[in-house]
Every structure is written in structure tokens, then in C-alpha cells.
Design a protein around this ligand. Structure first.
Ligand SMILES: N[C@@H](CCC(=O)N[C@@H](CS)C(=O)NCC(=O)O)C(=O)O
Length: 254
């Protein structure tokens, strides 16, 4: 059953797409009613109140550690893939449990893999030592980490998703699983988009190689979906800045 008419509240840092973007794309594609701390006046204060050490939770919610968080009714869910797991079936972006009871676990695995290799690992290229330290203070290690990412890890993950799109369970190669759009496709779109922003030279040569054509085609396909295309053009889509996907030309050296 679609619950798109209910209101969801996304709690995420204003000013950058970040991990909140994975949730936003799902809400946008589903046409869901949602509020977003990125676009309210005291958004930063709201985010801080959730992640504060003064937050001891409620009778039904443990305190969350970090954004993104999703408030839905009296529940607050945290951890990006967990929020997606909550939203996917509710918003019609996951396989139906009646037809395919195990499908949601496959979609979740694909999502976790995209987040591992195309979101968390790119983040670690510019912050390989300490999340709380400046990039400039870990630049030497970042250069080494980024080289390994560009040469080994990035192609390995692209090859994996190319193989998934060529597999029988993709049902035709347009979408990752079951021949229909799921939230895993929206996640793969956003990760490819972000990695292309961070590593434009490397991604362009990987695209030109032709080895990952199905992955790049999925990126274009999702980008062209009516609701996603309208969202991307709207002022709601924020620019990549100092979040997970950062463009440092020296980290994108061939
Ligand atoms: N595994 C978590 C990571 C959450 C996370 O690292 N959130 C960032 C923003 S994208 C944050 O504000 N972290 C604060 C911290 O780690 O201290 C998820 O996927 O939601």
C-alpha cells in the first residue's frame, strides 16, 4: 500500500546534498509529502537538537546518533539504508512482499553495496585518517587513498553493478532488480552522480571505456524520470559542496 499522502519529516544538515539526498530522491520519486530541514529557517537548530547529547530519546525512540533521520508520526528512524528500507515498501519503491518475499533483502544488499563503495569510500578518499580533521591535514594519505580508489575500488564497484544489470534478476538491464524501479536504483543514480562530480576525469575515462555502459545508462534513465528531472531542476536540489562528494583536482589525477 502506498503511503505517499502521509507527511514525512526529513532531518538533515542544510546546505549540502549529503546522505540526506538518498532519502530526498525516494520521497521525490514517490511524490510524498515531506518537510526538509534543508529548507526551513531553523533547520540547523532542529538537526542539532536531534543529534545533541541532550537528546535522551522518547518512550518509543532511542536517541539517534547522526543525521539523516526521518520522522514519521511518532517514530524517528535513523541510518540511511535503514530509512530507505522503511520507506521503500511504503512508497512503492521496493518489490512487493507478496510476489517476492525475499526481494527487499536483495534491494537492500544492492543499496548497502552502492553506499559502501560509491558513497562511504569516496568520502574516505578526502578523509582517510580522521573524519574530524581538515582535508589539508591528511592530504598525503588522501592522495594515496584516492589513487587506490580511482584505480582499483571504483572500477571494481562499477563492474559489480554492470554485472548486476546484466544478471537474470535485473530482468532486462534497465533497473537493478526485478525489472522495476526500486530505491536501490535511486541510490545508484545518486552515487554515480556524486562520484562523477568528485572524480570527473576518472569517471569520464571509465565511461568512455564502454565497460560500464549499463551503469551509466541507468544514471541517465533515472535522471530523466519525470519527477526526478523536475526535482533536479528545482531549487530544492542542493549543490555538492563540502560533504561526501568533494572535487579536489589533485585527487582526480590520472
Ligand atoms: N551510517 C550513517 C552515517 C551517518 C553520518 O555519518 N552522518 C553524517 C552526516 S552525512 C554526520 O553528521 N555525522 C556526524 C558524526 O559522525 O559525528 C548513515 O548512513 O546514516
Amino acid at each position: 500500500m502506498s503511503e505517499a499522502s502521509e507527511t514525512y519529516d526529513l532531518i538533515y544538515w542544510p546546505g549540502l546534498p549529503g546522505r540526506g539526498e538518498f532519502i530526498r530522491l525516494v520521497l521525490e520519486q514517490a511524490g510524498a509529502n515531506y518537510t526538509d530541514t534543508a529548507h526551513v529557517e531553523d533547520g540547523m537548530r532542529i538537526v542539532l537538537s536531534y543529534s545533541s547529547t541532550d537528546n535522551h530519546g522518547s518512550p518509543v525512540n532511542p536517541p539517534p546518533f547522526a543525521p539523516p533521520m526521518l520522522k514519521h508520526g511518532k517514530h524517528t528512524i535513523s541510518q540511511t539504508p535503514n530509512i530507505l528500507l522503511y520507506l521503500g515498501p511504503r512508497l512503492g519503491l521496493a518489490p512487493s512482499t507478496e510476489d517476492d518475499p525475499i526481494g527487499i533483502y536483495h534491494v537492500n544488499a544492492l543499496t548497502l553495496t552502492a553506499l559502501d563503495g560509491l558513497s562511504n569510500e569516496p568520502h574516505d578518499t578526502h578523509h582517510p585518517i580522521a573524519v574530524g580533521d581538515y582535508y589539508e591535514d591528511q592530504k598525503g594519505e588522501a592522495l594515496k587513498r584516492a589513487k587506490n580508489y580511482r584505480e582499483q575500488r571504483l572500477p571494481k564497484f562499477l563492474e559489480y553493478f554492470q554485472r548486476v544489470l546484466s544478471s537474470e534478476t535485473s530482468r532486462g538491464g534497465e533497473y537493478l532488480y526485478g525489472g522495476q524501479l526500486t530505491y536501490a536504483d535511486l541510490v545508484l543514480f545518486q552515487t554515480i552522480d556524486g562520484v562523477s562530480f568528485a572524480f570527473p576525469k576518472r569517471m569520464s575515462s571509465l565511461k568512455e571505456s564502454g565497460k560500464y555502459d549499463k551503469v551509466f545508462a541507468l544514471h541517465e534513465r533515472v535522471k530523466a524520470l519525470d519527477k526526478i528531472a523536475a526535482y533536479l531542476k528545482s531549487g530544492k536540489r542542493q549543490k555538492y559542496l563540502m560533504g561526501i562528494y568533494r572535487h579536489y583536482p589533485e585527487l582526480d589525477d590520472e
